[in-house]
Design a protein around this ligand. Sequence first.
Ligand SMILES: CC(C)(COP(=O)(O)OP(=O)(O)OC[C@H]1O[C@@H](n2cnc3c(N)ncnc32)[C@H](O)[C@@H]1OP(=O)(O)O)[C@@H](O)C(=O)NCCC(=O)NCCS
Length: 417
Amino acid sequence: MKRDELKESVDLIREVFYYTRRFKNDTFVIQIENSIIESDNFHGLIRDLAMLKESGINIVIVPGAHDHIDKILKQYNVKTSLVNGIRISTPETIPFIKMAAFDVANSVMTSLSRSKIPAVIGNWVSARGKGVIDGIDYQETGVVDKISKEPLDKVISDGLVPIFPCIGWNSLGKPYNISSRDLATAISITLKSSKLFFIGEHDKLGGNNQLNLKDAKSYRGYGESLVERAVDACEQGVKRVHLIDGRIEGVILKEIFSNSGVGTMIHSNAYEKIRPMEIEDITEVLQIMKPYIDEGILIKRTESEFKDLLSDYVVYEIDKKIHACGALHIKSDGIAEIAALATDTTSHAMGSGKAIVDYLINKGLQNSVQSFFVLTTRTSDWFESIGFTKGTVNDLPQWKREKYNEKRNSRIYIKKV
Ligand SMILES: CC(C)(COP(=O)(O)OP(=O)(O)OC[C@H]1O[C@@H](n2cnc3c(N)ncnc32)[C@H](O)[C@@H]1OP(=O)(O)O)[C@@H](O)C(=O)NCCC(=O)NCCS
């Protein structure tokens, strides 16, 4: 194995250990579209879910049954219709819909048991009729009324995987057909799960790996209101919603354990933050900077140099893991240096570098700084792309000019705000 490949593998193993520890005892709610359940990839997906379960993550599965319901109804020659992608479930169709929904739930349970994961199909959902909307009577199509949290918590803490067929009952025991996507959203909100996955034939939203709620809202209407549900879940306490393409082999592991992001993660901004660096962060920050120091892109800093200028540094943290860092050195009136800017190798081009620069500029503005400079050997294009322009040594404040290393010959970039 070549050195680069070995390093990549070791980095990946470290990531896996980190995230396994990070997510231990968390709950992931996973909605799987019927087309994925019936595809060749499904057994691989279940095997991966079993691994997550064994590593201490609680799993809840909500299988979609759309295609299977269609198949059963066709087999028995029973007609239904769809309005805006929603099935109008007539009383005549309900026994067949129930049969199909439980069939699919059963096949998920069978697959899990092949991977030695105990699961249970249950009824923890109260539902009510969707009613008549814009003159359309949805008949026995229902909406989620309530998820029974306590019994569900008990099942989860007993180590079982709850499986939810897309059926809910009202208080009189009348069954309704409910959308598995709505069901998964309601479950994850009730459980305050750390993640909600929609696994289907979902493309990345606009090619994005990550979207905050504001940006996600511009994709409203995608995939029969998948984005609305994701936004809804995040606004009600679910930390992250992932839209992923179940046709990709190993997709769920790739999404969780690598930041390269095979799907789109929607998250609320509260969980993505830049904050002042603390002493405990130094080791992690040094690790982020190391590959760039080795390449000569960044200048080496010692632990004590960090400690001396601690308040100059900020870190970009998601899920208690630091992904980027930067510093603002204000040593003279009106002009300050942006330095030590780095994003970890797995988080490039996710906007964290720019977010740090914006944050530092804001911090400078609050301290009467109007001019910002950087010294760079290899990142000129990037600084230009975010509005910096080329300067000369004469643009530097006295204290920096005195220290300018002619041998390193860094380029100087300036931004006046
Ligand atoms: C430069 C750096 C901080 C940018 O952070 P980031 O979070 O990847 O940046 P953003 O997501 O805000 O922007 C990414 C864009 O910049 C581009 N980019 C990244 N590094 C670049 C470089 N050296 N030159 C030109 N463009 C660059 C990416 O291709 C991406 O373009 P895209 O949006 O068209 O895909 C990061 O790449 C890094 O840590 N580099 C190594 C350390 C470094 O150079 N620090 C600055 C020392 S002065």
